[in-house]
Design a protein around this ligand. Sequence first.
Ligand SMILES: Cc1ncc(COP(=O)(O)O)c(C=O)c1O
Length: 376
Amino acid sequence: MSALLPVYPRLDLDLVRANGVYMYTSDGRQILDLYGAHAVCPLGHAHPELAETLSNAYRTLDFYSNSLHMAVQERAANAVLGGSEHLAYVHFVNSGTEANESALHLARKLTGRKTVITLDSSFHGRTLGALSVTGLGGYRGRIPLDVPAHWCRTFTLGQEDLSSIDETVAGVMIEAIVSLGGLYVPDAAWLQRVEARCREVGAFFIFDEVQGGVGRTGTWYAHEAFGVKPDMVTLAKSLGAGFPVGAMVCTKAIGDRVGSGELGTTFGGGPMACAMVEAVANIIRRDGLMTRVLEIEARIRAGLAGIPGVEVRGKGCLLGVETPVSANTVRDALLARDIMVGTSSHPRTLRLLAPYILQDEHVDRFVTTLKEVIGV
Ligand SMILES: Cc1ncc(COP(=O)(O)O)c(C=O)c1O
C-alpha cells in the first residue's frame, strides 16, 4: 500500500530518469514527453546548464530568508521583467496558486473592494482564495465553498456584455489562454475591451500566465500578443524549469503603494530558485526559443491540417488538439506507443505542453502516431 495520499490519478508508469525530451521508466521504456511535466520543463529535462546552475547555487548560497538583500534576487527579478515597458516589480512565491493569491490580495487591498471577476472556464489554483475564483465548478465544488457574488462573479470568454465589471469590482483575472478549460485563445479586441472597461471602473486588470507565460506562447509574456497592458501578471510552472517558484509581477503604480509586510512567504525567492529563474530566462532568450515554440506550433498545425474532426487550438507550446475520439482513449493509445500527452476538461481535447527544445523529428513522430491512433 502506498503511503502517499491518493489525490492524484496516476498513470501506470514508474519513472526513474528524464533527459532532454525523453523520460525513462523502470521497465526500460523511453517516452517522448509532449506534456513537458505539465508545462514545467521548457528546456526539457536535465538541461546541463541548469544542472550546473542549481549545484553552484546550492554551494554558493543555499538559502537565506527575505530579511536581507541577495543580489541573485535582483538579477532574477530583472530577468522576469525582461525589459517590460509597464511592469516594474516582482514578488517571488513558490507556486502558481500563491502568485494568484498575491494578486487577489493586492487587488482587494488597494481598491478596498471585494469582488473579483474571472472566466467561467478558468483554473487559478487550489488554495482557498484562488480556488474561490476558479471558474471551473468541478474544482470549486469539491468542498462547501458557496462563493457569494460579492466575492467572485464569472463571465464567459468573448462575452459581449461587460456591464458586470462595475465599480464594485476589485479586479478581473483572465487566464491568458484557457488551458485546463479546453485550450481557448481570447480574441485581442475583446481583451482590449475588457481592459478599457477595467480602467473605466477602476478595477485592476490581471493576467494569470502561470501556464502561458515564460515564452511558452511565443512572447515572454502571453499578454504581449494581445496588445494589452495588465496591471498584474502571475507566473509559475516554466519559471524555474522544475525548481518550485512563482511570481506576481506588477506595475510601478501598484508596487509603489505596497507596504512592508503586506505579502510574504518563507521560501519565496530563495537564492536557488532565483538562480534557476535567471538561468531559464537567459537560455530561453539566448537560444531563440520563443521563435522555436511558434515553429513547433506551425509544424503541428501543418501536419494535422485538413483532417476531418481535428482542430488545433492554442499557441506555441500550449496547444490543444481536438479529435473525434475521447481524449483519454487517444492519450492511452499514444502512451502505449511511448508518447506522453495530457488531457483537459474538454472530453476530446488533448493538451500538448511540450518543451521548447522539441525537434522537427519529434513533432513528425507525434503527427504520424496520432493519425494512426485516430485512424486517418
Ligand atoms: C492557469 C493556472 N493558474 C494557476 C495554477 C495553479 O498553479 P500551482 O499548481 O503551481 O499552484 C495552474 C496550475 O495548473 C494553472 O494552470
